[in-house]
Design a protein. Structure first.
Length: 167
């Protein structure tokens, strides 16, 4: 599904299954223009090698001269925040969130927000027990929802994340 959302005809696509230990490397940054980290049932706090390796990749990729686009969705959004020095933890209400929520823009000047909200409010499916509690240095919240203060975040010019599921 994400391939249809984020690619154009002729784009070269590769699937990395991090949960199986297939994590992108610095070499892959030179081969691909973008990386999408999707949702999952894990916590960024789990002591699993593939989670550590994925966070290391994100941290390294964010500092390279050739900066690939990085998109995080749900768990991927949380991974990016954690990898870049933010804090991820249980939802403030301490409940598992499974519902559709309206997203409210907090930075109407950002080009992404202008495009997303050009036709009015957006509703998105939420399915998470954790969220970003504190942003990494330099990151900016672009939109919030009732369950997540940092619903859409621009971590850097080339790195964005969303807590909900656009799929």
């Amino acid at each position: 599904l994400y391939k249809k959302l984020f690619t154009r005809e002729g784009d070269e696509i590769a699937d990395f299954f991090a949960i199986r230990g297939n994590v992108p490397t610095e070499h892959d940054v030179n081969k691909y223009d973008a990386f999408i980290f999707s949702g999952g049932a894990n916590s960024t706090q789990e002591d699993l090698q593939w989670i550590k390796a994925t966070k290391e990749f994100i941290a390294k990729a964010s500092m390279l001269e050739r900066k690939p686009k990085i998109v995080g969705i749900c768990f991927g959004h949380q991974l990016i925040a954690d990898a870049l020095g933010g804090k991820v933890g249980l939802n403030p209400a301490k409940d598992f969130v499974l519902q559709s929520e309206e997203i409210k823009p907090s930075d109407k000047g950002d080009v992404l927000i202008k495009e997303l909200f050009k036709n009015g409010p957006i509703k998105i499916l939420e399915s998470h027990s954790e969220c970003i509690l504190e942003l990494p240095k330099g990151a900016k919240t672009l939109a919030s929802s009732s369950s997540c203060e940092h619903e859409v975040v621009r971590f850097a010019d080339n790195i964005i994340g969303v807590q909900g599921h656009p799929d």
